[in-house]
Design a protein around this ligand. Structure first.
Ligand code: AMP
Ligand code: MG
Length: 415
C-alpha cells in the first residue's frame, strides 16, 4: 500500500503531457475560451501601437511651458484637432498645440498632454491654467509590450482576459492542445441505468453520470461505454476497446479484493503495467492505476484509473488523483497539481488516524474569512446523498485523529 504522497508522485510522473506538434488543433478565437495554448504567441505589433493620449485635452511641447508662471498661465495656438482613429497631419511647432481626445495618436513634435480641465479655449487659442508634468498623459508606443517578445506562453489556459489580448493582437486563429479523450465505464452485475426498473438488490449507476459531468467540466471529451457486467470476457473486450480509443480510461468498481473484482487481472492480461493498487487514503483505498504503453502491436500512451465503486470513493479519488493527472496530460504548464488552502474548520473533524482521510463539506464565507463546514449526515463512502452542495474536501493527515472546531485544516477545493 502506498502513502498518498508516494501514490501521487508515481501517478503524476507517469503522465506525459500532450505533444506540442502532434496533439494540437486550430480553433477560432470565439471558440478558444477554456482551451490550452499549444504554442507561444508572438505579436508583430507594439502595444500601444503608437504614442497616444490618455486624456481629452491638448497635445503640446513641454519645452514651450518654460515661460509658464503660476497664476498667469500661457497661450498656445491650436493648429489641429485629432480625434481617436485619425492620423495627425501637422507637426507641432513652438507655441502651438493640438486639440486631442483619449486614445488619439500624438502629433509629431508634441510630447505632453494637458488635460482639458486645466485649460480654457478661446477661439483658435488655448489658455493653459495648470502646468502638466513632462510627458504627462502620453501612453508611449511599446511601453506595454514590444513587438517580437513573447506575448502569451504555451500551456496557459485561455480565459476572457487572454482572449481580449489575442483579439487586440489580431490572432483570430489559435493553436491549442486537443481535448483529452477519456473513456468511462462502470463495472458491476448489480448496476442498472437510471431508466431501468429497479429490482431488489440492484444499484443505479450514478458514477458514469458524475464522472462524465466532471470530464466535460474539465474541457475533456468523455467516451461513455456504459455498464459492463463482472464477467471476465465481456470486461476484457470493453477495456480493450477503451484503451484503444482513449488517452485515459476510468472504470469504477471491481478493484477490491472480492471474487467479482476482475479489473486488475484483466489490465495485466492486456499488457498493462499496474503501478498502484492500493493507497492509504480514506475513502478510496483500492484505487488502481496502470499504464498501457502498447496494445496489439500499437504503441500507446494510455493511463488507466480503476476507481472504487462506492460513489464517494470514486469522486474523492477522481478529485485527488485523476483530475490533476488529466490537467497535466492536457498541456497545462503550471498549477495542474491539486491546490490546498488553509482554513478554519467550524466543526470537529475526526478520523481513525490510520489513513489520510478526506471529509466532505462546504467552504463558506463568514466575516470575510473562509471556513470549512462539514456536510451533515453519514460520512460513509456509500452515502451519496450528503455530497450534494459540497465544494471542498478537508484533509486529515495520517496520525491526526482530531482537528477541533476553530483550528486550521488543509482543504482541497473541488468543482
Ligand atoms: P465495488 O468497488 O465494485 O466493490 O463496489 C462497491 C460499492 O459501490 C457497491 O455497493 C456497488 O454496488 C457500488 N457501486 C459500484 N459501481 C457503482 C456505480 N457505477 N454507481 C453507483 N454505485 C456503484
Ligand atoms: Mg463491483
Amino acid at each position: 500500500m502506498h502513502s498518498v504522497q508516494e501514490a501521487e508522485e508515481i501517478i503524476f510522473n507517469l503522465i506525459e503531457p500532450f505533444n506540442h506538434q502532434t496533439d494540437t488543433e486550430t480553433v477560432d478565437l470565439l471558440n478558444a475560451n477554456g482551451r490550452i495554448l499549444a504554442a507561444p504567441i508572438i505579436s508583430q505589433l507594439d502595444f500601444p501601437h503608437w504614442d497616444n493620449s490618455a486624456m481629452d485635452g491638448f497635445a503640446l511641447r513641454y519645452c514651450d511651458l518654460s515661460e509658464y508662471v503660476e497664476g498667469k498661465g500661457i497661450f498656445l495656438e491650436i493648429v489641429e484637432e485629432i480625434p481617436a482613429g485619425y492620423q495627425p497631419q501637422s507637426t507641432i511647432q513652438s507655441g502651438q498645440a493640438a486639440r486631442i481626445f483619449t486614445g488619439a495618436v500624438m502629433p509629431s513634435g508634441a510630447d505632453t498632454v494637458v488635460m482639458q480641465e486645466n485649460t480654457r479655449r478661446e477661439g483658435n487659442r488655448v489658455f493653459i491654467t495648470a502646468k502638466p508634468k513632462p510627458e504627462e498623459f502620453v501612453r508611449k508606443r511599446a511601453s506595454y509590450y514590444q513587438a517580437g517578445e513573447e506575448l502569451l506562453s504555451a500551456g496557459i489556459i485561455l480565459k476572457p482576459t487572454e482572449i481580449a489580448v489575442l483579439a487586440a493582437a489580431q490572432c483570430t486563429q489559435v493553436e491549442v492542445f486537443r481535448r483529452p479523450r477519456v473513456a468511462i465505464l462502470s463495472t458491476g452485475n448489480e448496476l442498472i441505468t437510471p431508466e431501468q426498473i429497479l429490482k431488489p438488490g440492484q444499484i443505479v449507476d450514478s458514477n458514469q453520470y458524475a464522472l462524465s459531468a466532471l470530464i466535460k467540466e474539465m474541457g475533456a471529451e468523455p467516451l461513455i461505454l456504459g455498464i459492463i457486467p463482472d464477467e471476465a470476457t465481456v470486461l476484457k473486450k470493453a477495456i480493450s476497446h477503451a484503451i484503444a480509443n482513449a488517452d485515459i480510461v476510468i472504470s469504477s468498481g471491481g478493484v477490491s479484493v472480492g471474487e467479482y473484482d476482475y479489473v486488475e487481472k484483466i489490465i495485466k492480461s492486456l499488457g498493462g503495467k499496474i503501478h498502484v493498487s492500493s493507497i492509504a487514503v480514506k475513502p478510496g483505498k483500492p484505487l488502481t492505476v496502470a499504464k498501457f504503453s502498447h496494445f496489439s502491436n500499437h504503441i500507446l500512451n494510455c493511463m488507466y484509473f480503476g476507481l472504487p465503486g462506492n460513489p464517494v470513493s470514486a469522486l474523492v479519488t477522481f478529485w485527488r488523483f485523476v483530475q490533476p493527472g488529466i490537467k497535466k496530460l492536457s498541456g497545462i504548464k503550471d498549477n495542474w497539481q491539486p491546490e490546498f488552502l488553509q482554513v478554519i474548520t467550524s466543526q470537529d473533524l475526526r478520523s481513525n488516524g490510520k489513513r489520510e482521510t478526506y471529509l466532505w463539506g462546504e467552504l463558506i464565507l463568514k466575516d470575510e474569512i473562509y471556513q470549512f463546514q462539514l456536510a451533515g449526515g453519514s460520512h460513509s463512502s456509500g452515502n451519496l446523498i450528503n455530497i450534494t452542495g459540497i465544494n471542498a474536501l478537508a484533509c486529515l493527515p495520517v496520525g491526526k485523529s482530531l482537528i477541533s472546531a476553530g483550528e486550521k485544516v488543509k482543504v482541497l477545493q473541488i468543482s
